[in-house]
Design a protein around this ligand. Sequence first.
Ligand SMILES: CC(C)(COP(=O)(O)OP(=O)(O)OC[C@H]1O[C@@H](n2cnc3c(N)ncnc32)[C@H](O)[C@@H]1OP(=O)(O)O)[C@@H](O)C(=O)NCCC(=O)NCCS
Length: 168
Amino acid sequence: MMIVQLANEKHVQGIVDVCTRAYRITSQDILTKEYIDRRCEEFFNENRVHKEVTEQSRYWGGYFVALEDGCVIGAGGGGMTGEKTGELFVLYIEPDRRNEGIGSKILQAITEQQKDFGAKEQWVSVQKDNYLGIPFYEAKGFIYQSEMQSYESRPEDHAISLRYKREI
Ligand SMILES: CC(C)(COP(=O)(O)OP(=O)(O)OC[C@H]1O[C@@H](n2cnc3c(N)ncnc32)[C@H](O)[C@@H]1OP(=O)(O)O)[C@@H](O)C(=O)NCCC(=O)NCCS
């Protein structure tokens, strides 16, 4: 049986593993290896994820994890970026467990949390040409708004993010 819940310290390694695997597979044909390595080190390391499961606020609502027999098979999180604006910052599913509804359940948990914080709209950034992520967000009612250089990337990384938004 699969459940979705707010993550705690027990889930740190599982979050690191799932996010790293899913990010690498998703990005391998889009971004340079150097950039992918840098992003994995920066975001999906134990110290950072440990902080992210223990320190929560309106601006970072913590990781939600999908668990099966206690194992992390998906992880995601977001936070508020304005009075009535929420954002999904991260969402990754174990690569061989896609399209089983797990991402939908995690997104729903994050969305409920953001509605409780007063969100009326929700944003997400997706890597340009991410043909795994984009159809999912479009199926969930997100609408393309604009493109921008990816957050904290260098021009030579050629990392472009597409900004999407939906009403919630
Ligand atoms: C994107 C991702 C999080 C979605 O999670 P998931 O568990 O595979 O998705 P679900 O099974 O819950 O979602 C299925 C929904 O998306 C749609 N969908 C998913 N992939 C699709 C595709 N390639 N083409 C068309 N529709 C697609 C389904 O039709 C379904 O819509 P519905 O709920 O209206 O029926 C997951 O596939 C993933 O980790 N991808 C790689 C990493 C990534 O791109 N993350 C996003 C970074 S911002």
